[in-house]
Design a binder for this molecule. Structure first.
Ligand code: GTP
Ligand code: MG
Length: 298
């Protein structure tokens, strides 16, 4: 019996949703970082299990109180996934006690009446079994009295117990034909993943200095040369002072960002890549509706 459907991956920011998705798919389609608000778009990731079924994962921005227009968009994206999903993968950070945000989200998910696979992640960070149990119990309280759920303690980073996830999910998806072609991995264009990979490296390499104020826009993505993809992209920051950080002393930082991103994009595209980066200031872009639209974030 073939089953196919949508699984909404929901949770607070930074709990490891995108890391989990990449690990389940065995391929990197979503960028990750130690910062909140890393994921900005809903991303579809497709896992096809020949003759058994197809799981379409919807990775979402973490749920949190919106502080600006960007925040509003992110919350709206996550809410769409709440509606579109057949069932949920609810992810929490198992190295921290359950908080108000987790509780609120659990209430939203339970109200849907849909099946929930509850993932207690980052278990590699808690070595003491007593502490582990105490943390786990703080989360299981959220589901007291709810019938339609199972839970797993996992580590998306080390891969511990991840192989059980698709098996469990599949049992709870509706019967039906595949939604995507079986060789399809994601709905994103290569160009958009490349853009995200540049943002990931820019965030990673400026970690200490910059909060989540980086945006990246690819201006040209030229595939006309069969031997080399030529990409021209702009890294946007919010303030003049941040521009210097991204460029670095004698351009060292932007060079590093470019080299690291180029490597990732070359793996992604299986092609040689020429990447040209420049840096611009866009004051308060997170509140700028027009600019957000340009980034596809509205
Ligand atoms: N130790 C440990 N770290 C993890 C694990 N899973 C994810 N992380 C780290 O947690 C951070 C956040 O991971 P992401 O996958 O970007 O989290 P997210 O939930 O997608 O975050 P947003 O997109 O901002 O909502 C990254 O630094 C990951 O490397 C895990 O199982 N163990
Ligand atoms: Mg994410």
């Amino acid at each position: 019996m073939y089953r196919a459907g949508f699984v909404g991956i929901l949770g607070r920011p930074n709990v490891g949703k995108s890391t989990l998705l990449n690990a389940i798919l065995g391929q990197k389609i979503a960028i990750t970082s130690p910062r909140v608000q890393t994921t900005r778009h809903r991303i579809r990731g497709v896992l096809s299990l020949p003759e058994r079924g197809q799981i379409v994962f919807l990775d979402t921005p973490g749920f949190s109180k919106p502080l600006d227009k960007l925040g509003e968009f992110l919350t709206a994206e996550a809410k769409h996934a709440l509606e579109d999903a057949d069932i949920f993968l609810f992810v929490v950070d198992g190295s921290l006690m359950a908080g108000k945000g987790d509780q609120w989200l659990a209430e939203q998910l339970k109200a849907s009446g849909k099946y929930i696979l509850f993932i207690i992640n980052k278990i590699d960070q808690v070595k003491d079994p007593v502490e582990r149990q105490r943390l786990k119990e703080s989360y299981l309280k959220l589901f007291e009295g709810y019938q339609a759920y199972d839970y797993l303690t996992v580590s998306a980073l080390t891969g511990k117990r991840l192989q059980e996830i698709p098996k469990i999910l599949l049992k709870h998806l509706p019967q039906g034909a595949p939604i995507y072609a079986e060789d399809e991995l994601t709905d994103q264009r290569i160009r958009d993943i490349a853009q995200e990979m540049i943002r990931e490296q820019a965030m990673r390499l400026t970690l200490e200095e910059l909060p989540h104020s980086i945006a990246v826009l690819i201006n040209t993505f030229d595939e006309s040369d069969p031997n080399c993809i030529r990409i021209d992209a702009t890294v946007y920051v919010e303030q003049d002072s941040q521009k210097g950080i991204v460029i670095g002393k004698q351009g060292q930082m932007i060079k590093k960002i470019g080299q690291a991103a180029r490597k990732d994009i070359e793996i992604l595209t299986e092609s040689k890549v020429y990447l040209e980066l420049n840096v611009k200031v866009k004051k308060n872009w997170r509140k700028d509706a027009q600019f957000l639209k340009l980034l596809g974030l509205s």
